[in-house]
Ligand binder design. Structure first.
Ligand SMILES: Nc1ncnc2c1ncn2[C@@H]1O[C@H](COP(=O)(O)OP(=O)(O)OP(=O)(O)O)[C@@H](O)[C@H]1O
Length: 279
C-alpha cells in the first residue's frame, strides 16, 4: 500500500531532500537488447545543498536526473524525496531541461505562468507572480516578447523563471547553459547563484563542464563512463561564498580542486570517448 504522504509538501526536513539509493536503470530496446546505463548508484542531496554531477558524455547524467524527477522509474533501487518514497512525478522538484523548452506560441510571461496555471492559481496572482519573476531574471519589460523574438540567453532566463516560479524545494538542472556563449553563460551562472543564495533550495545540477561544476557547487560528484555508471568520486568545494564564477577560477583552491577532480574524471572521459567511437 503506497504511503499517502509520499511526495507531499512538508515533513522530512531532517532527511536528504533527494536520495537515490542503489539505483539501477536498464533500457530494453524494441529489438530486445538491453543496456544498463546506471548500476547501484547512490547519491544524496541535502536541503539547501548545491550538488553538481559531472561525467563523460553519454554516461547517464540525464538518466539520473530523470529518475530524480520521477520521469523514469529505476529498474531497481529507491528514490526518496525528503524521506518519502517518490511515486510518480516529483512534485517538490522544478526541472530545467537542456534544450529549448518554451512554447513558441506563448509570450514570455505566458510561458513563465504555465506552472501556476496548471496549479490552479488565480489569474490575477499568476499575472503578478510571473511579471515579478521575469523582473527577477532581468527581463522586466519583455513580458510580451515571443520566444523567437528573444536571444538564446533571454530564452534561458525565461526557462529559469518558469522553473523557479513554483518555488520548488528541489531544483533539477540538466546542462541548462550548454548552448550559450561563454559571457552569457557566466552571467546566467552568477544569476543562478544569487537566486540560490537568497533561497537555498536543494540543487542537482548536471554539467559536462568541470569549471562550471566547481564554481557553482558545494559538492561535485564524478560519474564513471557507461555502461553500469555509478559515482566514483566526490569532492567538497570548500571555496567561500558568495562567488563570482569568472573570478573564482583564478583562486589557487579552485585550481587545486580542478586538478584533483580532473585526475578522476580524465580516465572516464577517455573510456567514454573510446566506447562511443567503437559503437
Ligand atoms: N530511452 C532509452 N532507451 C535506450 N537507451 C537509452 C535511453 N535513454 C538513454 N539511453 C542510453 O543510456 C545512456 C545514458 O544516456 P544519458 O542521456 O543519461 O547520458 P548523458 O550522460 O546525459 O549524455 P550527454 O552527456 O550526451 O548529455 C546512453 O548510452 C544512452 O544511449
Amino acid at each position: 500500500m503506497p504511503d499517502p504522504r509520499a511526495n507531499q509538501a512538508g515533513g522530512g526536513a531532517d532527511q536528504p531532500a533527494l536520495l537515490l539509493e542503489q539505483v539501477t536503470c536498464t533500457f530494453i530496446s524494441p529489438g530486445g537488447a538491453s543496456y544498463t546505463a546506471m548500476r547501484d548508484a547512490t547519491l544524496a542531496v541535502a536541503p539547501g545543498e548545491f550538488v553538481s554531477v559531472v561525467g563523460p558524455t553519454g554516461c547517464g547524467k540525464s538518466t539520473l536526473l530523470n529518475m530524480a524527477a520521477g520521469l523514469l522509474r529505476p529498474t531497481s533501487g529507491r528514490v526518496q524525496v525528503f524521506g518519502q518514497p517518490l511515486q510518480g512525478v516529483n512534485s517538490r522538484a522544478g526541472y530545467m531541461f537542456q534544450g529549448e523548452a518554451l512554447m513558441p506560441w506563448r509570450s514570455a510571461q505566458a510561458n513563465v505562468a504555465t506552472g501556476l496555471e496548471f496549479a490552479g492559481v488565480s489569474a490575477a496572482e499568476t499575472a503578478e507572480r510571473s511579471r515579478e519573476w521575469l523582473r527577477r531574471v532581468g527581463l522586466g519589460g519583455f513580458e510580451n516578447r515571443y520566444p523567437h523574438q528573444m536571444s538564446g540567453g533571454m530564452r534561458k532566463r525565461v526557462m529559469l523563471a518558469q522553473t523557479l516560479i513554483r518555488d520548488p524545494d528541489i531544483i533539477l538542472m540538466d546542462e541548462p547553459f550548454s548552448a550559450l556563449d561563454v559571457q552569457t553563460r557566466q552571467l546566467m551562472e552568477n544569476e543562478v547563484l544569487d537566486l540560490w543564495m537568497a533561497r537555498r533550495k536543494a540543487v542537482l545540477f548536471i554539467t559536462h563542464d568541470l569549471d562550471e561544476a566547481i564554481a557553482m557547487s558545494d559538492r561535485v560528484v564524478v560519474l564513471s563512463a557507461g555502461p553500469d555508471t555509478h559515482p566514483i568520486g566526490e569532492f567538497i568545494i570548500d571555496i567561500p561564498r558568495p562567488r563570482d564564477v569568472a573570478e573564482v577560477r583564478m583562486q589557487p583552491r579552485f585550481v587545486e580542486l580542478h586538478q584533483a577532480i580532473w585526475a578522476v574524471l580524465r580516465d572516464e572521459v577517455l573510456k567514454g570517448y573510446e566506447r562511443q567511437r567503437r559503437a
